[in-house]
Design a protein around this ligand. Structure first.
Ligand SMILES: [Ca+2]
Ligand SMILES: [Ca+2]
Ligand SMILES: [Ca+2]
Ligand SMILES: [Ca+2]
Ligand SMILES: [Zn+2]
Length: 587
C-alpha cells in the first residue's frame, strides 16, 4: 500500500515538473541572452531562432534521435559566397554530452549567437566566419539535459544515456531512483543524529560536517542521497536510470564494462552518439574539435591513456592552442587528460584525433575556486595549487568559502539548510546540502563571463585553422621546350593541413598537388629539399601527382620538370586546407 502511494506521488511530482517546464518557457529571440540556462526545448528554439535570423549563413540538420526519441540538432555556419562547406576548414563544437553539465550548451549557443550577430559588423569575426565552416551541436545528450531540468537531481546525477539497465540484477529495471522527499526539485543528502556516526559538526560552519578522528565522539551518520526503498528490496536508491557514459562509448580504444564502467555494450551503442559520429565522418574538413564539460577549469587534450603516443609536432600544435586558451580564461589549466587527470577509453576527443585526425580539446567549465569570498589579504595567500586537488575531494575550507559565497552572492539559492524529515526506514533524519543548480554550475550572474571567455578560446583555434596560399615562384625555360616550375605552398596558421598522427597512421590520403596540361608531360617532380643547392626528392611514379602536406606556420616547395608547351594547371587539394588552382603558360 505504502509503496503504491509513493509511486503515484513520485509520478505526480514528475508530472507537475513536466507541466511546469512547458508552461514557463520564456520568449526566445535573437540576440539570445545569457542570464540563465536554457531548457532542452529552449535550446531547440534558440537554434531555430538563430537559423531564422541568419538564413544565408546557417542551416540546421537533424542528426538523429536519442534513446527517448528527442531530436539532436547541429547548426552549421557557412557563408556560401566564400565557398562550399567541405572546401573550408571545419571547426566542430559540442557540449553537454554528460546530461548534468548544462552550461556546456550555453557556451555553444553563445558562440553561435556571438559570431552570427557580429558578422559584418566586426572585421575579425567576419573574416573568421568567411574562412571557416562551423559545426555546432549545443546539446549532445538531449535526454540527459531534459531530465536534468525536469527531474529532481543532484548536480552530478543524470549524466548518462537513457538505456534501461537492471543495476542490482533483481529482474526489475530502473525501479529505485533517488526520491525528492521534500519536494523541492533537488536530490540532496540525508543525515541522522548518531553518537556512533563518523562525522561531527564543523565548528566553523554548522552546515558542514567533518570526519571524526580516531577516538573522537561522533555526531552524524551520512545516509547518502535523498530516497526511500521504492521496491521494498531492502536497498535504497540502488537502481536509477542505468549508466552508459556517452563519453566512453566512442569507437576508438573502447574497452568493455569490466575494464571501464559506463562503456556500454559496444562502441556507438548510444543512438545519438552513433548519429553524431556518422555526421562527423561525412565532414572530413573538421580539423579542430571542442567538447565542453563542466568540472574543473581545464582545457584537456589527449592522449587519454598512457599507451597512446602523439607525435611531438602535434603536441606543439596542441601546446600553442592550449596555452593561448589558458590565458583567456583565468584559473583554467591546459592539461593532458591521462597524465594530469585519469585514463579513459573510448572518449570523444581521442576518437576525433586518432580516427579523424582532428585536434581536440575538452573544456571543463566550472571552477569551484571562482566562488570566492575572500579579503584582499586572503586573496594574496596561496591558492590551492590547482583544481585537481578539489576535483575529487573538496576540502572543508573551500566548502566554507563556497557557503559564504552562497549566502552573500547567491542569497542562499545554492544550498539547502538541513531540515528535519520523517523517513520510512531511518526515522528522524535531516535533509540538506548543495542543490541541483550548484557545485558544477556557475550561478547565472557569472554565466556570461564564462561563456564569452570559452567562446573566445574556440575562436582563437578557428583563427588558427590552415590558411594556405600558393605561389608559382619559378617558371623557367631550361633548354628547348624543357621547363622548371617551382611551386610554394605556405600555411600562415598553426594547424597543419594534416595532423602528424593522421600521417603516421595513414588515416587517409595526404593532400594532393598535381600538375596537368593538354600539351605537356611532367618528367620529374618532387619536394624541394634545398632551394639554393637545388636538391629535390623526386617521386618515382606519376611525378605529376604529389602527396604532401603543409605544416603550421611554415611552407613547402615543390619542383616539376616539364616538357611541352601551352597552359599548365597546378592544383592543390586538402581536407583541412581547402582547394587552390593556378594556371600558367610555358614561355
Ligand atoms: Ca533492478
Ligand atoms: Ca529534495
Ligand atoms: Ca530498493
Ligand atoms: Ca531493486
Ligand atoms: Zn563531463
Amino acid at each position: 500500500m505504502k509503496k503504491t502511494i509513493c509511486f503515484s506521488l513520485i509520478l505526480l511530482l514528475s508530472l507537475a515538473a513536466v507541466i511546469n517546464a512547458e508552461t514557463t518557457d520564456r520568449k526566445i529571440a535573437v540576440p539570445l541572452t545569457f542570464d540563465d540556462y536554457y531548457s532542452y526545448e529552449e535550446v531547440v528554439k534558440a537554434m531555430e531562432a538563430l537559423n531564422k535570423a541568419f538564413p544565408e549563413l546557417t542551416k540546421i540538420d537533424l542528426l538523429g534521435k536519442s534513446e527517448e526519441g528527442r531530436a539532436i540538432y547541429c547548426l552549421t555556419i557557412n557563408n556560401p559566397k566564400t565557398g562550399k562547406e567541405l572546401d573550408k576548414p571545419g571547426v566542430y563544437i559540442d557540449g553537454n554530452i554528460h546530461g548534468n553539465e548544462i552550461q556546456a550548451t550555453e557556451v555553444c549557443l553563445y558562440f553561435l549567437n556571438y559570431i552570427l550577430t557580429k558578422y559584418g559588423e566586426n572585421e575579425n569575426i567576419t573574416e573568421m566566419v568567411d574562412k571557416n565552416c562551423f559545426y555546432v551541436i549545443p546539446t549532445v545528450n538531449v535526454d540527459g539535459r531534459y531530465h536534468f531540468f525536469n527531474d529532481p537531481n543532484t548536480s552530478s546525477s543524470n549524466r548518462g544515456l537513457r538505456i534501461p539497465k537492471d543495476d542490482d540484477r533483481d529482474g526489475l529495471v530502473n525501479e529505485d531512483f533517488p526520491d525528492d522527499l521534500d519536494g523541492d526539485g533537488n536530490i540532496c543528502l540525508m543525515r541522522k543524529k548518531d553518537p556512533l556516526g563518523q562525522y561531527k559538526t564543523d565548528p566553523e560552519d554548522p552546515r558542514l560536517m567533518i570526519r571524526i578522528k580516531p577516538g573522537e565522539k561522533g555526531e552524524w551518520t551520512l545516509l547518502g542521497e535523498e530516497g526511500i526503498d521504492n521496491d521494498g528490496d531492502g536497498l535504497i536508491n540502488e537502481d536509477s536510470e542505468g549508466y552508459v557514459d556517452p563519453n566512453r562509448n566512442w569507437g576508438f580504444d573502447w574497452m568493455p564494462e569490466y575494464v571501464q564502467s559506463g562503456a556500454g555494450d559496444y562502441p556507438f551503442s548510444g543512438k545519438g552518439i552513433k548519429a553524431i559520429a556518422s555526421f562527423i565522418r561525412k565532414r572530413p574538413n573538421i580539423c579542430i574539435a571542442w567538447a565542453f564539460h563542466n568540472s574543473g577549469g581545464m582545457y584537456l587534450r589527449g592522449p587519454s591513456q598512457k599507451n597512446l603516443t602523439y607525435p611531438p609536432q602535434d603536441i606543439q600544435v596542441y601546446d600553442y592552442l592550449g596555452e593561448h586558451a589558458e590565458r583567456m580564461t583565468p584559473g583554467y589549466q591546459y592539461l593532458v587528460s591521462w597524465k594530469d587527470l585519469y585514463s579513459t577509453y573510448g572518449d570523444f576527443i581521442e576518437w576525433m584525433f586518432c580516427c579523424n585526425g582532428a585536434y581536440g580539446f575538452v573544456g571543463e567549465l566550472f571552477q569551484s575556486s571562482s566562488e570566492t569570498f575572500k579579503t584582499r589579504e586572503e586573496e594574496k595567500k596561496d591558492r590551492p595549487e590547482s583544481e585537481e586537488g578539489t576535483f575529487f575531494m573538496e576540502s572543508n575550507e573551500l566548502a566554507r568559502e563556497r557557503l559564504k559565497f552562497n549566502d552573500h552572492l547567491a542569497q542562499g539559492e545554492l544550498y539547502k539548510p538541513w531540515t528535519p524529515h520523517e523517513h520510512p526506514t531511518y526515522g528522524e533524519i535531516e535533509i540538506g546540502g548543495w542543490v541541483k543548480l550548484s557545485s558544477r554550475l556557475s550561478a547565472p550572474f557569472m554565466l556570461k563571463d564564462l561563456v564569452h571567455r570559452n567562446a573566445m578560446a574556440i575562436l582563437f583555434s578557428a583563427k588558427n585553422t590552415p590558411e594556405v596560399s600558393m605561389e608559382i615562384f619559378e617558371n623557367k625555360k631550361i633548354e628547348n621546350n624543357y621547363y622548371r616550375i617551382r611551386v610554394r605552398l605556405k600555411n600562415s596558421k598553426a594547424i597543419p593541413t594534416m595532423s602528424y598522427y593522421a600521417q603516421q597512421h595513414n588515416l587517409y590520403p595526404k593532400d594532393k598537388l598535381w600538375v596537368s596540361g593538354k600539351n605537356i608531360k611532367v618528367l620529374a617532380g618532387g619536394k624541394l629539399l634545398d632551394l639554393y643547392r637545388n636538391t629535390a626528392s623526386y617521386k618515382e611514379y606519376k611525378p605529376e601527382l604529389q602527396f604532401m602536406f603543409v605544416p603550421g606556420f611554415s611552407r613547402v616547395e615543390y619542383q616539376f620538370l616539364v616538357s611541352g608547351k601551352g597552359n599548365i594547371e597546378i592544383k592543390y587539394e586538402s581536407r583541412f586546407g581547402g582547394k587552390i588552382t593556378k594556371t600558367l603558360e610555358l614561355e
